[in-house]
Design a protein around this ligand. Structure first.
Ligand SMILES: C[S@@+](CC[C@H](N)C(=O)[O-])C[C@H]1O[C@@H](n2cnc3c(N)ncnc32)[C@H](O)[C@@H]1O
Length: 215
């Protein structure tokens, strides 16, 4: 039953409706506000899904990546245009020469779908893709002591297989970025949820993951 419900979320219109119904859109808008984007910025959105928050962006040059063809087709149809590219590809080193240095990279609801090695890969490529002063923002369901039982249930039963504690997310971020901080957001959605919003700046040691994540 739960698996069937999660499967339905692969349907792009249902996913968007549920996100907006739950108020998860407000969580995305909070992340965008954090970035204080301006017209002319270059943005990379990894795991963009249908990118239903696209309308909140200023006039940016935008590159969205997702592995779901359905989500990408939906996003292209809804938001495609000048200076906007949606690609059904895993974001990797091969894109670095094709995309201008990014002022901001969005990882909204992505890292909890990725194993540690897959996270290392996307964070490493992101670090290399940033313009000087650029920043990365991630937001994911999390597990924290004392969270509301409904919030805990939501985090434990998420579609993503790698819901982590804030410390777990931060440890991954610090492998690649010198400046990592964040906060638990538990007041954005209409039902109790807890998300870790994580800001990453200043690429430090950028591990070479040219061959993709280790398996
Ligand atoms: C929870 S959805 C988030 C979508 C969108 N960013 C949002 O906030 O609504 C996670 C997305 O990550 C995508 N995804 C999972 N693994 C990926 C990968 N390795 N590269 C790119 N996208 C991936 C999924 O297809 C899905 O659209």
């Amino acid at each position: 039953m739960l698996a069937a419900l999660k499967g339905l979320l692969g349907h792009e219109a249902l996913y968007v409706a549920l996100q907006k119904g739950l108020g998860a859109d407000r969580l995305r808008y909070r992340c965008l506000d954090e970035l204080a984007l301006v017209d002319g910025d270059t943005i990379i959105d990894v795991g963009c899904g249908p990118a239903y928050y696209f309308g909140r962006l200023p006039k940016v040059r935008y590159y969205g990546f997702d592995t779901s063809e359905k989500y990408i087709a939906h996003a292209r149809k809804r938001w495609g245009g000048d200076q906007v590219e949606f690609r059904c590809e895993v974001f990797g080193e091969q894109h670095l020469g094709q995309i201008p240095p990014a002022n901001a990279i969005l990882l909204l609801g992505l890292l909890h779908h990725l194993s540690d090695d897959e996270c290392r890969h996307v964070l490493s490529v992101s670090a290399k893709a940033l313009a000087p002063g650029g920043r990365v923002i991630a937001v994911d369901p999390t597990l924290v002591p004392g969270q509301h039982p409904i919030s805990r249930w939501m985090s434990k039963n998420d579609r993503g297989e790698y819901v982590r504690t804030p410390e777990g997310f931060v440890a991954l971020g610090r492998e690649t970025f010198a400046d990592v901080d964040g906060e638990v957001v538990d007041d954005a959605t209409r039902i109790p949820t807890s998300h870790w919003m994580m800001r990453m700046r200043t690429p430090a040691l950028v591990p070479d993951t040219t061959d993709g994540p280790r398996r």
